[in-house]
Design a protein around this ligand. Sequence first.
Ligand SMILES: [Zn+2]
Length: 321
Amino acid sequence: MARGSDVRGGIDLGGTKIEAIVVDDSNHVLGASRQPTPTAGGPADVAQAMAVAMTLASSDAGVETAQLKGVGVGSPGVVDKQAGTVSQARNLPGWSGTFGLAAALSQLLGTEVRIGNDVQVAVNAEVELGAGRPYRSMLGVWWGTGVGGGVVIDGKLWLGRGAAGEIGHMVVKRGGALCGCGRRGCVEAYAGRASMESRARAQHKQGAKTDLFKIMERRGRTKLTSSIWAHALERDDPLATELIHRAVEALGAGIASAVNLLDVEAVVIGGGLGVRFGQPMVDRILAAMQPHLFRDDRPPAVHVAGLGDLGGAIGAALEAR
Ligand SMILES: [Zn+2]
C-alpha cells in the first residue's frame, strides 16, 4: 500500500474488549479488529492479545504493522506517558503492578508505541473530531466498566495534577454502595458496568427475577456486556430496568454537581454503555440531572459521543501523531 508511511494505529484497551484500528492522516478508519480482553494471565498476555488485534486491523487495511508510523494506546490504570508504563489497571488480569506496555508492544509490532490514558484520549478525540467540536468547555463522561471522565476548559483538557476528571468518584451518597476504588457512595458504585454486574449477581442469587444471566449464557459470555444490558432493557427485564434506573439517577446527580461547579457548555456521554444506549439514555440522564442543577433554567447541551464505538481507538491513534 502506497500510503504506508502516513498510516497510524490506535488501540483502545478496555476491560472487556480490545479495539484496534488503522487510520490515514485524515483519521479515516482503513482497517479494524476487535478481540476479547484476556480474563486470565497477566500484562504480557494482554500485550500479546493487543498485538494480535493490531496485526489483524493492519491486514484489514492492507499494511504490515511495521509500516505503521506509530501506534497509540488508550489504556486504563495509571499511565506514565514518558516511561510508557501502565500501573494498577484493576479491570485487567494480574495487572496490580507496573508493566512496560509501550516497550513490549513495540517489540511485538515493530513500530513506535505511545500510551495515553483511555478516557483522556477518547475525550480529546471528541473535542477534536466529535460531539465536542462546537464547544470551548465540556465534560466528557465515559460510562463503561467503570465511569471515567474528562474536563475541557478553554478548549483544553484540564488534567489538574494528573488525575482530574474522575467524575465516577464524585460522591452521590455518603456511606453508600461500595465502589471498586474501595470508597463508598461514588457514581461508579451505582453506574459502573462492573458494579451493576456484581449487584445483579447478588440480587439474582437472592431470587430477583431477571433474564440477564440467561442472555449471557446463550451468547456464550462470562460478563454482562453493554449489549446484554441493552437487550434485557428492551425486553423490560425487571432487574435490569431497576439497576439502570439506579445508575441513571447516580449519573444525573454526579454530572449535575460537576456542572454546578464548572458551568460547562456541554456534556458528552461516551463509553461502552453510553454509546450502546445512545441518545434516548442520554436524554434520561439529562432529566436525572435537572433536579440537581443550580441553574436549572439553562442546562448544558448533553450529547452522545459523536465518534461512537471507535472513539477510544481513534483517540489512541491521535496519540501516535
Ligand atoms: Zn470510587
